[in-house]
Design a protein around this ligand. Structure first.
Ligand SMILES: *Cc1c(COP(=O)(O)O)cnc(C)c1O
Length: 364
């Protein structure tokens, strides 16, 4: 028998979450962002649930090839564009749309030989200072691109640093508006947080939204809003089984460093999941889990292949009981990945991307 741990990807939940994003921006088309192997879910595993999207956005050429291999003939967008000149050959061959964020990428395009001109997304650095042309340089980049025979339509793009927080997007949106006012082309500005929190605003009318995290059942602005607040569903469940039980007397400790010491007689379940599976080692004693759908907590330190949970109030649980580390239990209870991420001092993004290769993935 394989080690009893498994990640389940929920196709119906992906479909539901995509519909939620569309409802938040009903006039826009929707990219499904599937970079980082669909946020750790697996591109092949999410394809069925997200194929109603208008396009797939990602970073790696190898991931673009995998989407094409699944039979997708619609738009694919390389969100960071090409990394070297020969990447453009694959863009031509696979008909990939790509971001242009720097002069070097325009230089590469100018030297590229292609029968079909490329659809490109000209990126503005409207204040985040990662990728893109500043507002002052945007127009000259557009003019240069527009003069190239290798370039077909040019779309206008920026990315927000604070769509999920109190600073908001107004300042960046004003820079974007100001510098693109009389330029033709479709626009795309909103990730998940901006789609939920700002896409209804009259200043944020855009042709394409680019949600990622919300599709994958994590609230883009937790803890201000939870999964349930946004009516999203968990798309990844991490389940493992209890492989041993210990009755720990008062004063007995559990796990490395004896970080948990029993103050009452405590019944411990040992779960076949550890940090080598992607469960964060930094999660403190007391991090929530579901045991056969009933909420309990971890006790003591997470080790490489195991963690320990409190069974004291669950006498019916024992070896073979299923523990939901995050996601949906078979009993209908849900433990949002955001709660575990919060306990680990990080975001749902990082946890779902970090589920390790040794965890088998199934779709449901
Ligand atoms: C990753 C990414 C997104 C999706 O962001 P979420 O916060 O996951 O919705 C959108 N746009 C760009 C450019 C990205 O890199």
């Amino acid at each position: 028998m394989p080690r009893p741990i498994q990640a389940t990807i929920h196709t119906a939940a992906l479909r539901h979450n995509l519909n939620r994003m569309r409802a938040a921006a009903p006039d826009a088309q929707a990219w499904a962002v599937v970079k980082a192997n669909a946020y750790g879910h697996g591109i092949e595993q999410v394809y069925e649930g997200l194929r109603a999207a208008d396009g797939f956005a990602l970073l790696d050429l190898s991931e673009a090839s995998r989407v094409r291999a699944l039979g997708w003939r619609g738009p694919i967008w390389l969100l960071e564009g090409v990394f070297e000149a020969r990447d453009l050959e694959l863009c031509s061959r696979l008909n990939l749309w790509h971001t242009v964020h720097c002069d070097e990428q325009i230089d590469m395009l100018a030297l590229h030989k292609t029968h079909e001109p490329h659809r490109v997304f000209l990126k503005m650095n409207s204040g985040m200072n990662r990728l893109g042309f500043t507002p002052a340089r945007y127009r000259s980049a557009w003019t240069r691109l527009n003069a190239l025979p290798q370039v077909d339509e040019i779309s206008l793009v920026t990315h927000f640093s604070d769509a999920d927080g109190s600073k908001g997007i107004a300042e960046q949106m004003a820079h974007f508006e100001e510098a693109t006012r009389d330029l033709p082309g479709e626009r795309s500005v909103s990730n998940s947080a901006a789609t939920f929190r700002h896409a209804h605003s009259a200043t944020v009318k855009a042709d394409w939204i680019r949600p990622g995290i919300a599709l994958y059942g994590s609230s883009p602005d937790f803890p201000e809003h939870s999964l349930a607040d946004w009516d999203l569903q968990a798309t990844m469940s991490l389940h493992a089984k209890i492989i041993a039980v210990q009755d720990v007397p008062v004063g007995g400790s559990v796990g490395y460093g004896s970080s948990f010491v029993a103050e009452h007689p405590t019944r411990i379940g040992v779960v076949a999941c550890g940090y080598a599976d992607g469960y964060p080692r930094v999660c403190p004693s007391g991090t929530p889990v579901l045991i056969e759908g009933v909420r309990s907590q971890t006790l003591g330190r997470v080790s490489m292949d195991m963690l320990t949970v409190d069974l004291t109030a669950l006498p019916q649980a024992g070896v073979g009981s299923t523990v939901t580390l995050w996601g949906q239990s078979a009993h209908g209870a849900v433990l949002p990945i955001d709660e575990i991420a919060h306990a680990a001092g990080t975001l749902g993004y990082e946890l779902m991307c970090a589920v390790s290769a040794r965890v088998p993935v199934v779709t449901a």
